[in-house]
Design a protein around this ligand. Structure first.
Ligand code: MG
Length: 337
């Protein structure tokens, strides 16, 4: 065990002096090593080819470690997925961390190692970053911000681009991340093997693009879940979306937690689940391409788009009735990501 691994983070680790230098070189640079980062300039120097996607996200999830991932894993997958959802190949990321004084070094190392590991899935590189340490009580362990840039490989994927007669596809069963965080906060972890869906989606998106799937719209169903994505789409494209509850995959653990706490799986956050709108003609190809991935085994067509009920989402229940699926109200679970 190195001397540092027994220690916790001190204010001096963010002070710009020797201790900070040691932390950055010994931990972050080692884990994220690449030729741009190694230059150690004030800013990374990058070159771009054509249309470029650019996104940012801050991660404050509580607890920091949960079944199926941790805040570091999430900080990479979350930003990389926002690029992928625009048809962009994730290329460069920044990484800023705000660490609370006293945070265990070993935990920080685990988080940074999972970031490095998750980067491998997309091939994106962390090319710049920042480390701040705040006094005890001024943060909750660690907060991470990542910003990402990627080259657009398929243009015109847009929430404004959904057409009547499109079909709606979900990549897997919904609600896992939200249910997992809820479970760990309520201390139910031992009673279930439910885990977060947190993963990098770029490989699945790449295969769709490589196979000439004309993706009309695509979005990862994070905060607000499936219900938020579908409502945003119906309004942005001024179409009616109709989904069949019986076709929406939900695992038994998520169903059980929803019944127990009065939640709906459609409202729960996901971190490795995405929704697509494509033409009828390409829907079957999308399903078979997605099902090759072990994180999309239950990819399914869940609904259709039409000109009726423009701006609204209709949920058809298994009992033959239907109702509007509204945007989730209020804050179901704060600090979900
Ligand atoms: Mg997103």
């Amino acid at each position: 065990m190195s001397e540092m691994s027994k220690k916790s983070i001190q204010l001096s680790h963010g002070g710009g002096g020797q201790e900070m230098n040691k932390l950055i070189k010994g931990l972050f640079f080692k884990a994220f090593d690449n030729s741009i980062l190694r230059q150690e300039e004030d800013a990374a120097v990058l070159s771009f080819n054509g249309k470029t996607a650019f996104t940012t996200d801050s991660f404050t999830v509580s607890p920091l470690f949960f079944a199926g991932g941790n805040i570091g894993h999430l900080a990479i997958a979350g930003t990389v997925n926002d690029l992928a959802m625009m048809g962009a190949e994730p290329q460069y990321l920044s990484c800023s961390v705000i660490i609370e004084e006293g945070f265990e070094f070993d935990k920080l190392k685990t988080i940074v190692d999972s970031m490095a590991n998750e980067l491998k899935t997309s091939g994106a590189k962390i090319v710049c970053g920042d480390t701040k340490v705040v006094p005890k009580g001024c943060a909750d362990g660690i907060f991470i911000n990542t910003t990402g840039i990627g080259e657009i490989k398929q243009a015109d994927i847009s929430i404004h681009n959904i057409k009547a007669d499109d079909v709606i596809i979900v990549s897997r069963d919904i609600g896992r991340h939200g249910a997992t965080i809820l479970m760990s906060r309520e201390g139910l972890s031992l009673e279930s093997d439910l885990s977060s869906d947190c993963t990098t989606l770029w490989p699945a998106v790449k295969i769709l693009i490589d196979n000439d799937i004309d993706i009309h719209a695509m979005r990862d169903a994070t905060r607000g879940g499936l219900a938020a994505v579908l409502n945003e789409w119906a309004q942005a494209s001024n179409v009616g979306i109709s989904v069949n509850e019986a076709d929406i995959p939900v695992c038994d653990e998520v169903k059980g937690l929803c019944e127990l706490y009065g939640f709906e799986p459609f409202d729960l956050a996901n971190e490795g689940t995405f929704i697509l709108a494509v033409s009828q003609a390409q829907a079957a190809s999308v399903i078979s391409l997605l099902q090759q991935f072990d994180f999309c085994p239950q990819a399914a067509i869940i609904g259709t788009v039409s000109d009726e009920h423009a701006g609204k989402v209709i949920l058809n229940t298994p009992w033959g009735s239907s109702r509007y699926l509204d945007l989730p109200q209020g804050e179901l679970l704060p600090r979900i990501c």
